[in-house]
Design a protein around this ligand. Structure first.
Ligand SMILES: [Fe+2]
Length: 263
């Protein structure tokens, strides 16, 4: 398996706090069957000093030497906080794309979906960069209305759901939203988004197995292997069309009360 979203790089953001802790995480990942991890320090959300791409690359090289050739392979990247500036940040190479190829992790704030997001993503696509929106299932506005994600996917955005959300470890609302996105063919990757060896552990297998219960084993494997492999090699992702949300279910809260008061 390949993990495209991790905070395993030591002492660079709110992830691993020491080389020892990072090595412990690398060992847990390897034991789980993860062979490659993209290290994606936060950018522009206050959790890091916004490291230059060259600093991320140097840290990854240093970390790889500490892991050794027997352990997991680590690759450079970033997780970039959404703003109107992300197109400029990407085109002027202030941020590191995933393994330096044509995919970029983008994070929304937790509570809301920024206005004009679809148009900013369109501009990124025009620059030849594929945006991957991370953990939408943990966003409160999207939990209320998952069809927002279907609309973004229809516009060319790729979606990464966090493995722990699918296995229910981020609570019922995240799990329900994750399952809904899986059922509508709106998920392209599972990732660990690991921060610690214990609480936010680098484990993909649990999420993969939970996803397999919803979409089947082959489709679940694509989320942790085939699609992430395409990302780190800069290849195209093979995926089916979105299964549209019906008008009645575009707002789950409303349709729930609709059903309740129908009679
Ligand atoms: Fe993250």
């Amino acid at each position: 398996m390949i993990d495209i979203h991790s905070h395993i790089l030591p002492n660079i953001d709110d992830g691993a706090r020491s080389l020892d802790e990072a090595l412990k995480m690398a060992a847990i990942a390897a034991a789980d069957g993860i062979t490659q991890m993209v290290c994606t320090p936060h950018m522009f959300n206050g959790y890091s000093r916004n490291p230059e791409p060259s600093e991320v690359e140097e840290s990854v090289d240093k970390f790889q030497r500490a892991i050794g050739s027997e352990g997991i392979k680590v690759l450079p990247g970033n997780e970039v906080r959404f703003s109107r500036d992300i197109v400029k940040q990407a085109s002027s190479r202030q941020v590191k794309t995933l393994n330096g190829k044509n995919y970029m992790l983008v994070e929304f704030p937790t509570e809301s979906v920024p206005k004009g997001a679809a148009s900013i993503f369109r501009q990124l696509l025009l620059e030849g960069l594929n945006p991957i929106l991370v953990h939408p299932e943990r966003n409160l506005a999207i939990q209320r209305k998952p069809s927002i994600v279907a609309d973004l996917v229809a516009g060319g955005v790729f979606i990464q759901v966090t493995a722990m959300s699918v296995s229910g470890q981020f609570g019922a609302a995240a799990k329900m939203c994750a399952d809904s996105l899986l059922n509508h063919n709106c998920v392209h990757f599972l990732a660990t988004d690991t921060h610690r060896p214990e609480k936010r552990a680098p484990i993909l297998s649990r999420g993969r197995d939970a996803a397999a219960a919803v979409i089947g084993t082959d489709a679940a494997r694509r989320l942790v292997h085939d699609n992430p492999l395409a990302v780190v090699t800069g290849a195209a992702i093979q995926h089916g069309a979105v299964i549209p949300y019906e008008e009645a279910s575009r707002s789950p809260a409303r349709s729930f009360f609709g059903r309740l008061f129908r009679r």
